[in-house]
Ligand binder design. Structure first.
Ligand SMILES: Nc1ncnc2c1ncn2[C@@H]1O[C@H](COP(=O)(O)OP(=O)(O)OP(=O)(O)O)[C@@H](O)[C@H]1O
Ligand SMILES: [Mg+2]
Length: 218
């Protein structure tokens, strides 16, 4: 079972967008996929509720309820973390994951928050000893904008305390396609291909990373 956590202590960076779209991507490939919502706002489960019945099936799990179990036959488990995850909550969530994706959006406030969050994250035992592999994703990017370039520079420069680089995996564009898809319980893979052609290409490095050994614990 592959377990992938989408995390950032900052709100509104695209955690739910990444978790729901990735869940749908693997469900469309006919894997057994669970989407675990650890957020009391339940945005991921709301998305699943609006998902049309004839779409690729994703098993929803309310992670905020104590004792909820993930069925054993799942191939992929995507976990949507709430904003403001830190301290013990953060450690508990990381313990459940092989891979952790951190979406960051290009704004000065978000960048400062990301600097602090990543600095804390890379010092955690599980990250240091590679029990969980962490990668960053720039989200809501406006290509060729100064903010995006600054974010890319920062994300490329993040290192673990032992000087290993933290992989910067993908940059996803800012587009209403994510909003339109989310409103209908869909992923961008389920929108007309002509509308999302370029966006789907931008997901490729993230999918490649998730499918490779580089995103798995040793
Ligand atoms: N690449 C994008 N382009 C345009 N809109 C986006 C993009 N990614 C996310 N959004 C939109 O931004 C909003 C916030 O995204 P999302 O809910 O995924 O963030 P979040 O990190 O889960 O937020 P929270 O911390 O509140 O849980 C949503 O309306 C979503 O549709
Ligand atoms: Mg969310």
């Amino acid at each position: 079972m592959r377990s992938i956590l989408v995390l950032n202590s900052k709100g509104g960076t695209g955690k739910t967008t990444l978790a729901t779209n990735l869940a749908a991507y693997y469900a469309l490939l006919e894997y057994n996929v669970a989407l675990v919502d650890y957020d009391v706002q339940k945005s991921a489960l709301d998305w699943l509720d609006t998902r049309p019945e004839d779409c690729a099936y994703i098993h929803g799990v309310d992670g905020t309820r104590p004792g909820t179990r993930i069925p054993r036959n799942m191939d992929y488990v995507f976990m949507d973390a709430p904003a403001a995850s830190h301290g013990d909550t953060l450690v508990r969530l990381l313990r459940k994951a092989q891979t952790c994706i951190i979406p960051v959006v290009p704004s000065p406030i978000d960048l400062n928050a990301a600097v602090r969050f990543l600095d804390r994250l890379v010092r955690l035992g599980r990250v240091l000893n590679r029990k969980v592999r962490v990668g960053t994703v720039a989200n809501r990017v406006r290509e060729n904008s100064a903010g995006h370039e600054e974010l890319q520079r920062f994300l490329r420069s993040v290192r673990l305390p032992d000087r290993r680089r933290l992989p910067f995996v993908a940059a996803l564009r800012s587009t209403q396609s994510y909003v339109h898809a989310a409103e209908q319980g869909l992923s961008i893979w389920e929108l007309p291909p002509s509308r999302v052609y370029h966006d789907l290409e931008l997901w490729e490095p993230l999918i490649r990373w998730l499918n490779s050994k580089r995103s798995r614990p040793e």
